[in-house]
Design a protein around this ligand. Structure first.
Ligand SMILES: [Zn+2]
Length: 430
């Protein structure tokens, strides 16, 4: 089922505008349904959410005159509050100009002249010119607008380390993400517009966008079988689009086509979700992909006792099939003495109905690593939210946290009716 998440694309001028910005009409095909089917932004979020996100009502607005000069802009990586305040100021100016912001999920702000590039859950700010008109960077910043964090890689410190994931664009410690020349929508001119890569299956799962009936969950101890995987965005093909083993390791198959046209070759990858963000595993030093004949077998640890092995038997890119052999051995049984699932009790306005969706069955006792991941995820939801409504909305988006819901329901039910709203706390992203 899709969720309507339209964006208002706001073209804004400072008082000292240079008037060198590309004309607004140049961006219709890139951002709205008029360009659908030609790998535009509407297509990107539809395809990379398995159809969960519906941006069909994206609308361009402008020009909106900002009551300030560009030199008075104070936001930066060091002055995060300046960035937050600027988005608020633009929203005010847009409302004053008659833009019905209440009808839109989020705002994309292109300024003349350029002052900054960043993505927050309250809005994306950048200037659409040159390489910044590329679907790659636009999708990355809008990804932040949907609450996605930067992706990471095992053994690499810091962000931007997964070259197969849009949330590492443009470039990181291992090099740039794998983009391709965008085929047809190039407002800035030929050669300047690149697109891809796709969103990793881990990020899709973390956001609750992955089509769960197409995910094979392997949890039975002693499991041994050969599984045929399809490319993770190919919902049009029958079969599994990803595998998750023992609730931790996510296996995806990527083929150099579509949004992944820029990846070097078809490959299998192993991912985890750490603190709500996608992290690609390293099967061997310096390697983040599995080709035919390669295997992934992580060491067991005190917090993750299972013995797992994933071996790629074959990859047939033309047939869009990867055959993988999976084994799972549970060395220790799940411990019944684990503490109850923690959930930070948010302080929320009392007049907002707090009902969490109950669409999943109850879950068994979580493992310790799950507790850590869930805790980090919950903290992130609470930290990013402004209101109780926002908490619920964000939590719904993060459908991967089904296990949180019962605990959350209990915690929220106990809220003191006299409590006060929280001070919004925002996490910096750029
Ligand atoms: Zn970013």
């Amino acid at each position: 089922m899709s969720v309507k998440t339209p964006w208002a694309i706001l073209f804004c001028r400072f008082q000292d505008a240079t008037r060198t910005h590309l004309p607004i009409k140049a961006f219709h095909d890139l951002f709205t349904i008029s360009g659908r089917g030609r790998q535009n932004i509407v297509d990107y979020f539809h395809d990379n959410s398995h159809g969960h996100l519906d941006l069909d009502n994206n609308t361009l607005f402008g020009w909106i005159d900002l009551p300030m000069r560009s030199v008075d802009y104070t936001g930066s990586g060091a002055n995060f509050q300046g960035r937050v305040d600027f988005v608020s100021r633009v929203r005010q100016a847009a409302r004053a100009a008659g833009v019905p912001l209440q009808d839109y999920y989020n705002v994309y702000i292109s300024t003349d002249p350029a002052v900054d590039t960043y993505g927050l859950t309250t809005g994306v700010v950048m200037t659409l010119r040159g390489s910044d008109t590329s679907p790659t960077i636009i999708a990355h910043e809008m990804g932040h607008g949907f609450g996605l964090a930067h992706s990471r890689a095992e053994g690499v410190a810091g962000d931007y380390a997964d070259q197969h994931d849009i949330m590492s664009a443009w470039s990181g410690p291992l090099g740039p993400v794998h983009t391709f020349r965008h085929p047809s929508i190039q407002p800035a001119g030929p050669g300047q517009s690149v697109a891809g890569p796709a969103l990793s299956a881990a990020n899709m799962l973390a956001k609750g966008w992955f089509d769960l009936p197409r995910l094979l969950e392997i949890e039975d101890c002693g499991f041994r079988d050969r599984i045929v995987l399809r490319p993770h965005l190919r919902t049009d093909l029958p079969g599994w689009l990803a595998v998750r083993i023992a609730r931790r390791y996510i296996i995806e198959f990527r083929v150099d086509e579509g949004w992944d046209a820029g990846i070097p070759q078809a490959c299998v990858r192993v991912l985890t979700i750490e603190g709500g963000a996608s992290r690609v595993a390293s099967p061997a030093p310096g390697s983040y992909t599995l080709l035919a004949g390669a295997a992934f077998a992580p060491d067991r640890t005190s917090t993750y006792p299972h013995l797992i092995r994933v071996a790629v038997a074959s990859i047939d890119a033309a047939a869009r099939e990867a055959r993988i052999d999976v084994s799972l051995d549970c060395v220790d049984p799940p411990r019944p003495d684990l503490p109850p699932l923690p959930f930070p009790t948010p302080v929320l306005p009392h007049d907002v109905p707090l009902r969490w969706p109950r669409v999943e069955p109850s879950w068994p006792t979580p493992y310790p690593w799950e507790l850590a991941n869930l805790q980090a995820g919950c903290d992130e939801v609470i930290a990013a939210a402004d209101t109780a409504d926002d908490v619920v909305r964000r939590a719904r988006e993060r459908m991967a946290w089904q296990r949180v819901r019962d605990a959350a329901d209990a915690a929220l039910a106990k809220l003191d009716a006299s409590c006060t709203p929280p001070e919004p706390r925002k996490r910096e992203q750029e």
